[in-house]
Design a protein around this ligand. Structure first.
Ligand code: PLP
Length: 376
């Protein structure tokens, strides 16, 4: 049998490209520090493998969304790497968080109170990041919450503030006026905490002017090969390759229909290939009759609906000998970058990556050895 085992699809994750993308961002934002966002299992690509590759590339600061993600990842990380929980400090989890050497983002005065209280109980100063909502309208403290904290000597003696942060809502649209407005509000708020490192930019923010980089950048999607903004060509190296196996090819007569709901009717006699991946593998139903796969340099349109475990593509453009059962077609790769597939699916690279699921044969291209195809 062809390489790729017994799954309907194979996913190749290039850790060397992730390391190269990290170095590109770190170089761009220096002297600001580049931290890496590895929430949601490193955007679906494997938090442990990705974090190790980033550590080897020089990253010392990591962000996840939930305390549970941090507790799962912490044992895989050397003690000197800092791990920050973006979604804040869950009630009752203070001791767990402190014992695991995980750093919470304090998103409300109530969380700040609980963390200071935990520090007094543990008898040591506990590190935390403080988030200010500069205009995202999602997480963080209001301006009027910050001044009392900045003046609270008890709080400041109990909590070691490692960063004051905020999050940009429109960083992927460089000319959006909200970016400058958020920067101005953030700088005013951060001025209440002199000497504490400031963090504002995500991937998009790393490609905004230097003022947005502040002291620390939190890069996510760009590390994984997604375009950091909507302007021009994507400067990042592609990280993910996704191929699906052809499991059968059938000839459908003119007027014949394909798939659930008969949403595609063949105008002429057509050769229809069924490939072994579907919406259970993170290929959304919105790709039905819209997206495509690639083989031998040919774009092969998806026809009919996306099923749970399979997708039908029209391969009539390829002569019968050029594609057959067992062959692989490209879904993400040189012909079809992740952002192109996401566009066809009416979504974004973030959602595509985090939806990929567990059924693929996964292989990691090792950053250190460049051992292409090595499976971890
Ligand atoms: C997810 C997230 C990031 C990373 O964003 P990208 O656009 O993927 O670079 C940074 N900061 C916060 C607060 C986030 O939630």
């Amino acid at each position: 049998m062809d390489e790729g085992g017994i799954s309907g699809g194979r996913l190749r994750i290039d850790l060397g490209a992730i390391a190269a993308n990290y170095r590109l961002i770190a170089g761009r934002v220096a002297p600001a520090e580049a931290g890496a966002v590895v929430k949601a299992n490193a955007y679906g690509l494997g938090a442990v493998e990705v974090t190790r590759a980033l550590r080897d590339a020089g990253c010392r600061l990591f962000f996840v969304a939930h305390l549970g993600e941090a507790l799962a990842l912490r044992p895989a990380l050397p003690a000197d790497l800092r791990l920050i929980v973006l979604n804040g400090l869950p009630p009752g989890a203070e001791a767990l968080c402190a014992e695991a050497h995980v750093i919470p983002v304090l998103n409300s005065p109530e969380q700040a109170r609980r963390w200071a209280e935990a520090a007094r109980k543990t008898g040591r100063r506990l590190p935390a990041a403080l988030q200010f909502d500069s205009g995202m309208g999602r997480l963080g403290m209001a301006a009027e919450d910050l001044a009392p904290l900045a003046a609270d000597a008890l709080f400041l003696s109990a909590v070691d503030l490692v960063m004051v942060m905020s999050h940009l809502a429109c960083a992927d649209t460089p000319e959006h006026p909200a970016n400058r407005a958020q920067l101005a509000r953030f700088e005013a708020a951060a001025a209440l905490f002199p000497g504490i490192p400031r963090a504002l930019a995500n991937s998009g923010g790393a490609f905004l002017p230097a003022g947005f980089h502040a002291d620390i950048v939190r890069a996510g999607i760009a590390l994984y090969g997604g375009a950091p903004n909507r302007d021009g060509p994507n400067p990042m190296q592609p990280v993910v390759g996704l191929e699906a196996r052809v499991i059968q090819i059938r000839t459908i007569a003119a007027g014949g229909a394909v798939g659930y709901g008969h949403s595609h009717v063949c105008e002429r006699e057509s050769r229809i290939a069924t490939i072994g991946v579907g919406y259970a593998d993170g290929l959304p139903r919105s790709l039905g009759n819209r997206g495509a796969a690639w083989h031998a340099g040919e774009r092969l349109p998806i026809v009919g609906r996306v099923s749970m475990d399979s997708i039908t593509i029209d391969v009539t453009a390829l002569a019968p000998g050029r594609i057959g059962a067992g062959d692989w077609v490209e879904l993400i790769g040189p012909h079809q970058p992740i952002d192109a597939l996401a566009d066809d699916a009416d979504t974004i690279s973030y959602e595509m990556l985090t939806s990929l699921g567990a059924r693929y044969d996964r292989s990691y291209v090792d950053a250190a050895t460049c051992n292409r195809g090595d499976t971890i």
